[in-house]
Design a protein. Structure first.
Length: 178
């Protein structure tokens, strides 16, 4: 019996400390701290919902009913908060997806521009190489033609000139040509 008496005292103390005791009809109902500020879209603890006035608790079943009611209200608040959290999460994911898509498009544009610049530079280098090759081939052709002409004309002229000089020397020294 003493345990039951202690239990009733403990329940009464619990009701006093947790504000679950019934409030008189002329008092305002107790607020809940599990709400969301609907106007700003952000979480706020200052905005509170009100519990309806409770009847006087006379026995354990009244307390169970009250706890069950409050638990149901708490579950609904949690479900609402969870759905709002999921909406916020989806909106954040959508914003991140859009931002990622924009960054990807920007990177693709930069890559395309870099590829165009690379192709232009590569084409210029190829053109320069071809121009140098053509110029070198022309230079070598001119050098070969000049050398060939020099060999054909200069050697014979030099040969003739040397023969004349040798003949002059022979005459001068009186040597006969044999």
């Amino acid at each position: 019996m003493k345990k039951k008496g202690n239990r009733k005292v403990a329940v009464a103390e619990l009701l006093k400390t947790t504000s679950l005791a019934a409030s008189p009809p002329d008092e305002s109902p107790k607020p809940s701290i599990f709400t969301r500020a609907a106007s700003t879209g952000k979480r706020a603890t200052a905005s509170l919902t009100k519990f309806p006035p409770q009847k006087a608790l006379g026995n354990m079943s009244d307390l169970k009913d009250l706890a069950s009611t409050r638990l149901d209200e708490l579950k609904r608040l949690i479900d609402r908060s969870q759905s709002e959290f999921l909406k916020d999460l989806e909106a954040s994911q959508s914003r991140l997806h859009k931002r990622f898509k924009m960054h990807t498009q920007t990177c693709q544009q930069i890559m395309d521009e870099a590829e165009k610049d690379y192709k232009k530079t590569s084409e210029r280098i190829t053109e320069s190489q071809e121009a140098m090759k053509d110029s070198y081939e022309e230079f070598m052709a001119d050098a070969q033609a000049t050398a060939s002409r020099a060999c054909k004309t200069s050697i014979t002229e030099l040969s003739d000139s040397f023969e004349k000089s040798i003949d002059c020397l022979r005459k001068h020294f009186g040597i006969s040509s044999t």
